[in-house]
Write a protein that binds this ligand. Structure first.
Ligand code: GDP
Ligand code: ZN
Length: 297
């Protein structure tokens, strides 16, 4: 019997045109969409109707508060996940932190209005890693040092996760899958992926899945996802990723100053006085250049 009225749920996984919805009672069920125009991504809030005993039909996707974007293989922007509230940026002494990538992830988080904390993993190897990361602490980003392998300081990590929808980002090899396994442990949602794997084969290896973790948190697992991009339409938005630049920007002579060659630029003056780190400013310039190149096509 078809149930009347709309129900509310969150997209927990997407495989081609189907996937799983978590309804407000916490159960997960398969969905289909009412039309091809409805293209849900993980984290979307949706309204659904019951189609049959085993399937829900999505009728509407509600507006999202944030969208994580990437460039697909054709170079077009594509939404990876919606409604994230937190990015945990995983770093490690090995592989050495790529500070440009870190600054790009920070820009992504600031533009999405997500909070960002840096997790310095593998402190069992050395805890030297955080020296290059101290600048981020000074800028107000939390830095938490852990060893996923030896389960050191995991309570500090867990404390960050309740009441948040979190995604782990970072270079390959820093420990994201190891941490994910620690967090989802024996989570029953894991079986979503396993059962779909047997049904659908290869597609699932790169499936994005939302796991319920701890008492009241979600972890969006994006195995192997690459080419994440800040969603920028105006070059001036880039300084949002650079709090120390953004804080001074209003005092530049020109309102549209991008702090490269303009006269009476307060940011350049602060740089010359050593009040802004050269490395951060260099990365800012690289992101400006990258944006300009992308606009010239
Ligand atoms: P990912 O590519 O970010 O998902 O990284 P993985 O989770 O696959 O980890 C890469 C390698 O680092 C693996 O060999 C892990 O066993 C290792 N690793 C992960 N966490 C730690 C840690 O805290 N300490 C040490 N020494 N190795 C770790
Ligand atoms: Zn300026």
């Amino acid at each position: 019997m078809k149930q009347l009225g709309n129900n509310f749920g969150i997209i927990a996984s997407v495989y081609n045109k189907t996937g799983m919805i978590e309804s407000s009672n916490g159960n997960r069920e398969h969905f289909l969409t009412k039309s091809n125009k409805i293209k849900p991504v993980v984290g979307d809030y949706v309204l659904y109707e019951r189609l049959d005993k085993e399937t829900l039909l999505i009728t509407e996707i509600l507006e999202s508060t944030s969208q994580l974007m990437r460039l697909n293989t054709k170079g077009q922007p594509q939404t990876v996940a919606s409604n994230l509230t937190q990015i945990l940026l995983i770093t490690a002494p090995q592989p050495t932190p790529n500070l440009l990538l870190i600054d790009q992830f920070i820009l992504i988080s600031e533009l999405m209005n997500c909070s960002l904390s840096i997790i310095s993993n593998k402190i069992d190897i050395t805890d030297e890693n955080h020296h290059s990361l101290r600048i981020y602490e000074e800028l107000g980003y939390r830095l938490v040092k852990i060893s996923a392998k030896h389960k050191t300081n995991l309570d500090h990590l867990f404390n960050l996760l309740n009441h948040q929808t979190t995604i782990l980002l970072g270079q390959s090899g820093v420990g994201k899958s190891t941490i994910t396994n620690l967090l989802i442990g024996n989570n029953p949602n894991k079986t979503d992926i396993l059962s779909t794997k047997t049904n659908k084969g290869r597609h699932t290896t790169s499936a994005i899945t939302m796991h319920r973790i701890l008492e009241n948190g979600y972890l969006i697992d994006t195995p192997g996802i690459e080419n994440l991009r800040p969603n920028i339409s105006d070059i001036k938005e880039i300084e949002n990723g650079f709090r120390e630049i953004n804080a001074l920007s209003e005092r530049c002579k020109f309102r549209d100053c991008i702090h490269i060659n303009e006269p009476d630029c307060v940011v350049k003056k602060a740089l010359n006085k050593g009040k802004i780190t050269i490395k951060r400013y260099d990365n800012y310039k690289k992101l400006i250049a990258e944006f300009e190149i992308s606009q010239s096509f």
